[in-house]
Design a protein around this ligand. Structure first.
Ligand SMILES: NC(=O)c1ccc[n+]([C@@H]2O[C@H](COP(=O)([O-])OP(=O)(O)OC[C@H]3O[C@@H](n4cnc5c(N)ncnc54)[C@H](O)[C@@H]3O)[C@@H](O)[C@H]2O)c1
Length: 323
């Protein structure tokens, strides 16, 4: 399990995963087309003898990468702003990307993990969400390209497992945040922090009483590695997320306190199909992987705010961002 391919490794989550794998002694090939990722996220790894960056697109067959023991398949835009910009491309990335990654795993006899998502559950009718909840998804709304794309990817993973015996892992990832999120991708934590740092009003959609849970990036990376390394078969999906639940108003208030600036809250209409409640039941991850998040929200937000504060200052001075 030492030669590892991470698709989407130059993205937000992928870069933390590459860090975790390198620090464990693995050799990592990071494949990315830089659609939503960036070189800054992995700049600190580029000279490392066990790290290799390959520019490539998972929508095309992957057949030139050398021997691989396992594949973390993350390549896919994750923020609504990015995945809704070209929904057909998003669906293609989800479906063709899964097929190409699975074909590669099959040829190499490699274990493969899918970065799936809590969006699988749609606007959930049961709470918290366990892995056996089948979801409440609108198959033609604006979020469908991502939600249904990931559902199709999960289907493909299970079909390759049943038909060809591919050793699969499926992580259902709930909201994750941390340094290296793209400043402009519209995700709630980066939005609120950047607005607060710039002294702008904080934008809340709806009444702000909808809830989310927030997992710090290093906690998620640890969960992904444990899921991949779990000995024996584990094809069933596993929720990875932080079960501590907060309303958007609570999140905004925490960020305003941490950033230390007065800010007003600006309420806007809720986007279509935006889920009102989300909270993972992580019993399976706790019992099977011995995993649970370690970083409390205040702590993670403080680290993330420090990153964005430095990033915004560097932008003003036209400096590279230190990660
Ligand atoms: N961040 C979260 O809260 C979250 C929640 C649930 C699921 N996920 C999943 O985790 C994965 C990573 O998410 P993220 O937050 O790091 O997103 P991200 O957009 O920062 O990273 C995605 C990476 O994939 C790359 N990519 C996109 N399309 C590609 C293609 N066709 N070929 C090669 N590379 C491609 C991008 O350039 C980027 O580096 C995604 O699959 C996402 O669906 C993330």
């Amino acid at each position: 399990m030492n030669r590892i391919l991470v698709t989407g490794g130059a993205g937000f989550v992928g870069s933390f995963l590459c860090d975790a794998l390198i620090s464990r002694g693995a050799s990592v090939v990071c494949l990315d087309n830089f659609h939503t990722g960036c070189h800054e996220n992995i700049a600190h790894l580029l000279g490392h003898p066990r790290f290799r960056l390959v520019s490539g697109d998972v929508e095309r067959p992957l057949d030139w990468l050398g021997q691989i023991d396992c594949i973390y398949h993350l390549a896919c835009p994750a923020s609504p702003r990015h995945y809704q910009a070209d929904p057909v491309r998003t669906m293609r990335t989800c479906v063709l990307g899964a097929i190409n990654a699975l074909d590669l795993a099959r040829r190499h006899g490699a274990r493969i993990l899918l970065a799936s998502t809590s969006e699988i559950y749609g606007n959930p009718l049961c709470h918290p969400q366990r892995e056996d909840y089948l979801g409440n998804v609108n198959c033609f709304g604006p979020r469908a390209c991502y939600d249904e794309g990931k559902r199709a990817a999960e289907t493909l993973f299970h079909d390759y497992h049943r038909m060809y015996g591919v050793d699969i892992r499926v992580a259902r990832i709930f909201n994750t945040y941390g340094p290296r999120m793209a400043e402009d991708d519209g995700r709630v934590v980066s939005n609120f922090i950047v607005q607060a740092l710039r002294g702008q009003p904080i934008t809340i959609y709806g009444d702000g009483l909808q809830t989310r849970c927030f997992c710090f990036a290093t906690d998620l990376a640890e969960g992904l590695v444990r899921l991949m390394m779990h000995p024996g078969e584990l094809p069933q999906p596993v929720n990875l997320g932080n079960p501590a639940e907060f309303t958007m108003r609570e999140l905004a208030q925490k960020i305003i306190r941490i950033v230390g600036r007065d800010a007003i809250i600006d309420f806007h209409d809720l986007p279509q199909d935006d889920p009102t409640r989300r909270r993972p039941d992580i019993t399976l991850a706790q019992e099977t992987l011995g995993w649970q998040p370690q970083v409390a929200l205040e702590d993670g937000l403080t680290r993330t705010a420090a990153y964005f504060s430095a990033a915004l200052a560097a932008q003003e001075l036209h400096l590279p961002i230190a990660v």
